[in-house]
Design a protein around this ligand. Structure first.
Ligand code: PLP
Length: 395
């Protein structure tokens, strides 16, 4: 065994994990031990998948969708994605540039496997989704964190990205609306970034837009896909997990530069072969069917967002900006945490108040005093969680 581990691919030592899954496992242990745990940790909608989407998958299974499909996804689903991109983002994309994946995450996995490697520098947001840094490091490339600042309302900006680019930069990762902050990049910042990157055709841009439809207070999502000048550089990551409450189905897609769609598909063939056939049928139903369940879910998230932000700001030593997107509140807890160590406070909140949250340190080095609260839970659960945290902080 020891020899097997010593012989492991050297990148494995640099591969990290996603704390959200560790917190989920610990919350499950506490629940199994009889504790009443409130989960504001993992980022997944608490709503069921819309009924007609479930029915479409059941029907597909009954109708015999039991085999492999094309590795890049069924033509039917890729056409549905292309139609949706035209309707919602106003951009015409050939279905040949679309690669269907088991969840949104694999698009970043494929992009980094393909374009990472020693000698490359890859820029990623900090705080940001932890898998970016983990996978960049796994490939042997150098992760270059780009701070996403509280002073900017946690909205990513173009200048800090463009300033960090060097001749070795091979890829830039942006995420708006963002995890863990809920920050939304302003349209003029998106345009400034696009202009800067168009001048560097040797640099790829991975735009993670998985929360694109989760916006509040009239915030606007300007997709980088709308910038035709980036067509040969841009890899768009999106999927069904968040918008349609389908995290467990594992369904996502990437839009690739035409020349990268084939290598991306080859990586699919070398790994999962294709996405589950019935799930792909569900994906078509989600895009083409009624959207009222999405609207209802967003209205509920909006109400919870107000509740959680007001509740957090009312706690002593806690300050939380109002997020404009996704379903996360990212609160500065440094004044409430002993020694400003929000990671220790996050553990106490879980072990003593039985509320699962994620410490800022899980998202990079830039926000150690913060804690992420996923408000994908009922208002009653959020109210109870806030009351418990209030008692813990007062005690
Ligand atoms: N990108 C971001 C920013 C996310 O927060 C997540 C999930 O939390 C993903 C991608 C991955 O989503 P999926 O579950 O579809 O793989």
């Amino acid at each position: 065994m020891a020899r097997l581990i010593e012989g492991m691919a050297e990148g494995m030592a640099r591969l990290e994990t996603e704390t959200a899954f560790q917190v989920l496992a610990r919350a499950a242990e506490l629940s199994a031990a009889g504790r009443d745990v409130i989960n504001l940790g993992i980022g997944q909608p608490d709503f069921p998948t819309p009924e007609h989407v479930v029915e479409a998958a059941v029907k597909a299974l009954r109708d015999g969708a039991h085999g492999y499909t094309e590795a890049n996804g069924t033509r039917r689903l890729r056409e549905a994605v292309a139609a949706d991109l035209l309707a919602r983002r106003g951009v015409e994309v050939s279905p040949d540039r679309i690669v269907i994946t088991p969840g949104g995450k694999p698009t970043m996995f494929l992009a980094l496997l393909m374009l990472g490697g020693p000698g490359a520098e890859i820029l990623h947001p900090d705080p940001g989704f932890p898998i970016y840094r983990s996978m960049i490091a796994f490939t042997g490339a150098t992760p270059v964190p780009v701070p996403v600042r509280r002073e900017d309302g946690f909205a990513p900006r173009a200048a800090p990205i463009l300033e960090r680019m060097t001749p070795r930069t091979r890829m830039v990762i942006v995420n708006s609306p963002g995890n863990p902050t809920g920050g939304v990049m302003a349209p003029e910042e998106v345009d400034a970034l696009a202009a800067g990157l168009a001048a560097r055709p040797d640099v790829a841009l991975l735009s993670d837009e998985i929360y694109a439809r989760m916006l509040y207070d009239g915030a606007v999502h300007r997709s980088l896909l709308a910038h035709a000048a980036l067509e040969n550089q841009l890899i768009l990551l999106d999927g069904w997990s968040k918008t349609y409450a389908m995290t467990g189905w594992r369904l996502g897609f990437g839009v690739w530069p035409a020349r990268l769609a084939e290598p991306a598909t080859r990586l699919c063939v070398n790994s999962w072969s294709c996405v589950n056939a019935a799930t792909q049928a569900a994906g078509v139903a989600a895009l083409e069917g009624p959207q009222d369940a999405v609207d209802a879910m967003m209205a509920a998230f909006d109400a919870r967002r107000r509740l959680v932000v007001a509740g957090l700001n009312a706690l002593p030593g806690v300050s939380c900006p109002t997020p404009e997107g996704a379903f996360y509140a990212f609160a500065d807890m440094s004044a409430a945490a002993p020694d400003g160590d929000a990671a220790a406070l996050q553990r106490r909140i879980l072990e003593e108040a039985h509320v699962a949250t994620i410490a800022g340190a899980s998202f990079g080095a830039a926000a150690p005093g913060c804690i992420r609260f996923s408000y994908a839970n009922s208002t009653a659960a959020i109210e109870e969680a806030l009351a418990r945290i209030g008692r813990l902080l007062a005690g």
